[in-house]
Design a protein around this ligand. Structure first.
Ligand code: ZN
Length: 164
């Protein structure tokens, strides 16, 4: 397993549509392991494959309840609303206020290509939205209500890939 370089805003790869995963090859397994390693190394709570330069529909998330791997994820239902600070490992040192649904139901494949559904509220719902957006080349910076601002130590973000 290895830690991969995280692509930053301005890198074209972050704006591209990712391809669906058709089968789990050894290469894909290594990628997923590396994505988890990279996320934990950066104290992140989520990472999408294009952030490490791979245009595949794979997301890893850990909001403190253990790792979640989502392959070819789809948002099935959303409800409610939450507005909070969001950050991204690809946009270092910045935050922005983003409105997201408070409850999100997703369907995805796991590492064994078994289909499953999962529901998330609050932070997990925000993570689902933020990370799945990456797979269609969308960054949260285009969804902020008041633009981006610099991270300061007095503030606590609602959701940030970089938990430091
Ligand atoms: Zn992000």
């Amino acid at each position: 397993m290895a830690i991969r370089q995280v692509r930053e805003i301005g890198d074209e790869i972050l704006t591209k549509q990712c391809k669906k995963v058709k089968k789990i090859s050894l290469r894909t397994k290594i990628l997923i392991g590396d994505m988890l390693d990279t996320m934990y190394d950066k104290n992140g709570v989520g990472l999408a494959a294009p952030q490490v330069g791979v245009l595949k529909q794979i997301v890893v998330i850990d909001v403190g309840e253990g790792p979640i791997v989502l392959i070819n994820p789809e948002i099935l239902e959303t409800s409610g609303e939450q507005t909070g600070e969001e950050g991204c490992l690809s946009v270092p040192g910045k935050w922005g206020l983003v409105k997201r649904p408070n409850h999100v139901k997703v369907r995805a494949f796991n590492e064994n290509m078994e289909l499953f559904e999962m529901e998330g509220e609050g932070l997990l719902a925000r993570a689902f939205c933020h990370e799945i957006d990456h797979l269609s080349g969308q960054l949260y910076v285009n969804k902020t209500e008041d633009g981006l601002h610099d991270v300061t130590y007095e503030e606590e973000p609602e959701y940030t890939e970089d938990a430091e």
